[in-house]
Each structure stands twice: as C-alpha cells, then as structure tokens.
Design a protein around this ligand. Structure first.
Ligand code: SF4
Ligand code: SF4
Length: 318
C-alpha cells in the first residue's frame, strides 16, 4: 500500500477555489439531538447543551436579508430541538427565503414534537432526511436499534401531509452515504432502487441525494483504525474530476457554527478551518462581499470532487 504522500494522482494538491455569489447559509443550530448515532460527526446527543442563542439567530436573519440569500439550510444535532427553530423558520419564510430542515425523522415522533410535521408542511419547508439504506439491518447498524421503524413512521407522517408526493409541492429528499471506503454508486440507479423498495412500504420521496463520505473526524479515524485511509485517499485522488470544481458547494454557500462563526462549508467547520483563514463572527461580515474570496481547501476536499462529485445536496452531476 502506498503512503498518502507517495500518491501519483494527476492532481497532488487540491486546486485553489474562489467563491462566487453566495446563495445559501447553512446554519448549525446546536448539538442536541434525540439520537446518539455512533458515526455522528458532531458527537450530537440528548445531553449536549451547545445551542445557538436568540441573539445569534437574529444575526442569521439579518445576514440572510442583507445579502439577499435565497436558501437557509438548517442542521445540527437535531435542529428542531433548538427552542428558536420555529421562530427562525417562520421569519425566514416570511422573507421569502427557502428553508431546508435536515431532519433525522425520529424527531417527528418524539414527545413534544407531535405537531412538528404539520409545522414544516404549513411553512413549506424542504425536508432532507438521512436514510442510509432501505434495509432495516443497515439502518439500525448505523443509527441504532428501533430507528428503522421510527424513521418509516416519520416518512409516513410526512407523506400524509403531502411531502414527497407527485401531487404536492412539498419536497422530501433522502440522503444516502456509503457504508465503507467506497464512492457512492450512480445516484439515478440507486434512487430507482430506493423508490421501488419504499413504494412497497407505501412510502414516497422526491430525490435520493448520494453523498461521499469525507475523510475527516470519525470516518477518518475508522479508516485509519482499519488500515484503509491511504487506499481511500488514493481512490478520491484517482477519481478527481476537474469539472466538479465549478460546482463544489463552498462556491455559493457559507457555513455557520452554533456560536455564529463562519466557515466555507460544514466540513471545514468540523475541522476548525475558518473562512478567510481567521475566526470571524457573522456579525462582523454583514456587509462583506464574499464573491472572489479564496476558499480554505485541503486534502479532504478531494471528497467533493471524486467521481460524480458530492455536496450537501448530493452528487454534483447525475
Ligand atoms: S441523528 Fe444526525 S445529528 Fe443526531 S446523532 Fe445521529 S447523525 Fe448525529
Ligand atoms: S470540503 Fe468544503 S471547502 Fe473543500 S471543496 Fe468541499 S465544500 Fe469546498
């Protein structure tokens, strides 16, 4: 096996990337979650207390409006557990901003969240839900025992309200990521398999988003533990596709942590690599023109450009 430093791919170092016009703000509302998945890259769980406060949420809204952004992408933890979640969604929708809720599905049947699905429907929020497989065994291996049935119940709740149905505009997309050190299979084929299997369970969705596992945090540690890290990095380098560079999500997105500090993407946030190379709060950049700014890149970025490419919205090319 070659060491990562001995790799012979055409592109050794990730090319320089600059930002275009921003259109999306991806906001981590905090690390509290009703689940505690073993693979969680933010170590979220029921006992975490880190949550975005009201003042920071007001700054998020101010930034969205000041910069005329079109999309607010909410993540966590379980973003719905932030006590200001519904106020933020309502205010953003009132400003005609599209809102994405990265929902773990089981939150929809937690005590106290019985009306959450209705709220998401009434607010016309786009739901993106992680569903690593259509088989019970694979889902529960990644996300815990009992999660499969509760996730299906969440999907049925959303379907009853119109999410994911052909006769409705309410969007429900599912997310797939590979179980091991491989690139995702072609999205269109896998989506057809998911649709067929879920239709048999009476469940419908719009699109399947396939996401490449990034070689950072827990996934990187697992690769290193199992002796697969160098091979995985070689796979990412060997499959580098230059055409993906124009579409990597950091070119049009900014990521915000629960305290309000900014990063070029969620992965850079997890690696504590601040946007612009220095720690800045959203309140310091309300009037900053982000277009043409240099993006902080490193070897993990090859995860975004391998094969069909990858982003929080799935493959870059289907
Ligand atoms: S549902 Fe998501 S945020 Fe919550 S513990 Fe699992 S992976 Fe982490
Ligand atoms: S990891 Fe982040 S900074 Fe690197 S290419 Fe992907 S989106 Fe851009």
């Amino acid at each position: 096996m070659k060491a990562a430093s001995e790799m012979t791919s055409v592109v050794q170092h990730f090319p320089a990337v600059t930002r275009r016009q921003l259109h999306t703000l991806q906001v981590n509302l905090g690390y509290r979650c009703n689940q505690a998945c073993s693979h969680c890259h933010v170590d979220a769980g029921p006992d975490r207390t880190e949550m975005m406060d009201r003042a920071t949420i007001d700054t998020v809204l101010e930034f969205l409006v000041t910069n005329a952004l079109t999309t607010l992408d909410l993540t966590g933890g379980s973003p719905e557990l932030n006590p200001h979640f519904r106020n933020l969604v309502t205010a953003a929708r009132a400003a005609n901003i599209n809102v994405i809720d990265r929902c773990n599905l089981t939150i929809l049947n937690e005590p106290g969240q019985e009306d959450l699905a209705e709220f998401l429907a009434a607010s016309d929020v786009q739901v993106i839900a992680s569903m690593p497989c259509y088989s019970r065994a694979n889902v529960e291996e990644q996300r815990g025992k009992g999660v499969y049935d509760r996730s299906l119940e969440g999907l049925r709740q959303l379907n009853r309200l119109g999410f994911g149905r052909d006769d409705s505009d309410l969007r429900l997309d599912l997310v797939y990521n590979p179980h091991g050190p491989n690139l995702p299979p072609p999205a269109a084929q896998l989506e057809a398999d998911y649709k067929r299997e879920f239709a048999e369970l009476g469940i419908h969705f719009n699109r399947l988003l396939t996401i490449t596992n990034m070689p950072i945090k827990r996934f990187r540690h697992a690769l290193q533990r199992d002796g697969h890290y160098d091979d995985y990095m070689q796979t990412l380098h060997d499959n580098f596709a230059v055409e993906n560079l124009t579409e990597v999500m950091c070119r049009t997105l900014l990521s915000v942590d629960w305290r309000g500090y900014i990063y070029d993407c969620d992965f850079n946030q997890m690696l504590a690599m601040p946007a612009g190379g220095r720690r800045r709060h959203l309140s310091e950049v309300l009037d900053h023109a982000f277009a043409d700014d240099q993006i902080a890149v490193d070897d993990h970025c090859f995860g975004c450009t391998a094969g069909a490419g990858s982003s929080c919205s799935g493959a870059l090319r289907r």
